[in-house]
Write a protein of this length. Structure first.
Length: 315
């Protein structure tokens, strides 16, 4: 069985590759071509299990086991730990174990990249990032893969990690103007793309700071009691989700807005449906992509990594 650690995974799969893989995964999900049960949550969401494979010609089956410990950052440890298992489709043989933290960060970033490419203004050049944890950098890298961003503004409650992330991004992308700002309003106002990657239980910015041409990616909240995006913004935005059933089961932002009468669940549109219809955002309303993550994303990224790892071993 092959073991693919985080560094190896990033060498095998670029963010641009990840965006394209996840783009196809969304098409499979919305086209009814991917078999997956709803995510299993244990202990109120402190342990999660996800699994799935395509309906036809399954090259492989993926399972991810993930643990979330909110106290870990205070211990100097990652918020989440995970492993992804890849099984051969025809034989059922376990072929690889992948670093699940890296798979999760990359595929979640790639999902935002797909949504940004589909919904953000073509000339979007300013990105606001709320949060500076493990998911944050891949959110930026994914947006950079689909838009010519010139300015990144970072707001985080953790000033240390925010400054570290800013330095890392500035070193990797010398063309970028990367700044840490003291408030979420200073990050969001005037930004054409906003990425939220937090574990917040209340909105992390003010709806009034979001302009009519702004696209928001919200990927942090994954339980009904969590929330990053104000209901007032969802009320006046086009709301796109990775999968309707998953959003209605776990996206606190969406669930709370529906319960408050600010959002009708019939307004939710799957990103895969937009891709299948080759539809792009044309209105002047803001757009919000709310993702809780689906196993098809893990499958798509793992497939590319396993295929390339196998090819490189024999080249």
């Amino acid at each position: 069985m092959r073991i693919i650690d985080g560094g190896h995974l990033r060498r095998l799969v670029s963010m641009a590759d990840a965006v394209e893989a996840v783009r196809e995964a969304f098409r499979l999900v919305s086209g009814g071509q991917f078999l997956a049960p709803q995510r299993v949550a244990v202990g109120g969401g402190t342990e999660l299990l996800m699994a799935g494979r395509p309906v036809e010609n399954p090259e492989g089956f993926v399972t991810k086991i993930l643990t979330v410990r909110p106290e870990n950052p205070g211990r100097g440890l990652p918020l989440l730990h995970a492993v992804v298992l890849w099984f051969d489709g025809p034989t059922g043989e376990p072929l690889a174990v992948l670093d699940g933290e890296t798979v999760t960060a990359m595929r979640t970033g790639a999902a935002s990249g797909v949504a940004t490419d589909l919904l953000a203004a073509p000339d979007a050049s300013t990105l606001a990032l709320i949060g500076s944890g493990a998911q944050a950098r891949d959110q930026v890298e994914a947006v950079l893969a689909v838009r010519q961003v010139r300015e990144v503004r970072i707001f985080s409650r953790n000033e240390t990690t925010a400054n570290e992330l800013a330095a890392t991004l500035a070193e990797a992308h010398t063309e970028l103007d990367v700044r840490v700002v003291p408030t979420s309003s200073q990050a969001v106002r005037g930004a054409e793309v906003v990425c939220c990657a937090t574990t917040a239980r209340a909105p992390v910015f003010d709806a009034a700071d979001v302009g009519p041409r702004t696209h928001v990616n919200a990927i942090g909240s994954y339980r009904p009691d969590m929330c990053e995006v104000p209901a007032e913004l969802l009320a006046r935005s086009r709301v796109v989700v990775d999968q309707r059933e998953a959003a209605l089961a776990g996206a606190g932002d969406v669930i709370q807005a529906i319960e408050a009468g600010q959002l009708d669940e019939k307004r939710l549109v799957e990103v895969g449906d937009l891709l299948l219809a080759a539809e792009r955002q044309a209105s002047e309303a803001p757009t919000v992509f709310k993702s809780v993550g689906v196993s098809a994303q893990d499958w798509a990224l793992a497939r590319v990594a396993v295929e390339r790892a196998a090819a490189s071993a024999w080249s």
